[in-house]
Ligand binder design. Structure first.
Ligand SMILES: NC(=O)c1ccc[n+]([C@@H]2O[C@H](COP(=O)([O-])OP(=O)(O)OC[C@H]3O[C@@H](n4cnc5c(N)ncnc54)[C@H](OP(=O)(O)O)[C@@H]3O)[C@@H](O)[C@H]2O)c1
Length: 245
């Protein structure tokens, strides 16, 4: 049995990621900052016959919550095979480089960057107990500095400054993490689920939640020959998923 923890898994892409990992036989710790919402999500999965799942209260910007989740999971499992850092926020729009309040930047970085650092570090010891540990950071093509600087790119004019820069910072953290774990069995990758119809964007995205989650799951279950320290966006590059940082 392989064990996975997904942050922000009570709804949208995180929830569907849980469903797809369950369908692949994983045991899933379904992270939710509201335990009640997590319990409801788990009940829905149970009703679908997917029973190897339990909710874990996890507010990723709260150190005490992260510590408690780590302790709770550590008491049940000897190792963790997969960590998916999915929880993320946009910070709301508009969000310009010239006028967005620095408080918005701090709020967005807190969830999209600092919380990922803290959550990852908290679970690293459990992940090290697994034979083939995997970490996926859920990023966005909007975090690619190279694409943001390319006037030919389809989303060139989409520049929420706090969100895009937070995902760029998350990408660099992913590279640094993969580098430090390069001589271990870890695979650490940043994955863009694609512009997807969820609450995140008022359901404006063209992509579907199942497709988005499948892109994330693909790198959560890569085998020993799989990539590490890479950035993938199948929406941008349907052939290989590779895009510039
Ligand atoms: N949708 C897209 O088009 C798109 C495109 C590229 C990348 N992404 C990325 O994909 C990820 C998931 O996006 P989504 O579309 O599924 O977003 P969503 O519909 O807004 O859902 C976000 C999830 O994250 C949780 N969350 C937010 N802040 C949290 C916190 N501090 N602690 C714990 N959980 C927290 C939410 O919990 P609550 O229910 O408690 O609020 C919710 O479960 C994000 O990282 C996003 O940046 C999305």
């Amino acid at each position: 049995m392989k064990y996975a923890l997904i942050t922000g898994a009570n709804r949208s892409i995180g929830f569907e990621t849980a469903r797809q990992l369950l369908q692949q036989g994983y045991y899933v710790y379904l992270g939710s900052r509201s335990l009640e919402n997590g319990q409801q999500a788990v009940a829905q999965l149970h009703a679908e016959g997917l029973t190897q799942v339990e909710p874990v209260q996890l507010e990723v910007t709260d150190s005490a919550s992260i510590r408690a989740a780590r302790q709770a999971i550590g008491q049940k499992a000897t190792g963790l095979d997969v960590l998916i850092n999915n929880a993320g926020i946009s910070g709301g729009f508009p969000q310009t480089a010239t006028a967005a309040d620095v408080a918005v930047f701090k709020e967005v970085y807190n969830t999209n960057v600092f919380a990922v650092v803290e959550t990852t570090q908290a679970f690293l010891d459990l992940l090290r107990q697994a034979s083939e540990p995997r970490i996926v950071t859920v990023t966005s093509s909007l975090g690619s500095i190279a694409l943001n600087a390319d006037p030919a790119w389809g989303y060139y004019h989409v520049k929420p400054a706090a969100y895009n820069s937070s995902k760029a910072a998350l990408n660099m953290y992913t590279v640094a993490l993969a580098y430090e774990l390069r001589d271990t069995p870890f695979k650490v990758n940043a994955v863009d689920p694609g512009y997807t119809a969820t609450d995140f964007n008022g359901h404006s995205g063209p992509g579907t939640v199942p497709d988005a989650a499948a892109r994330v799951v693909k790198y959560a279950v890569v085998d020993a020959n799989g990539p590490t320290g890479q950035l993938f966006s199948e929406e941008t590059n349907p052939e290989t998923g590779e895009i510039p940082w």
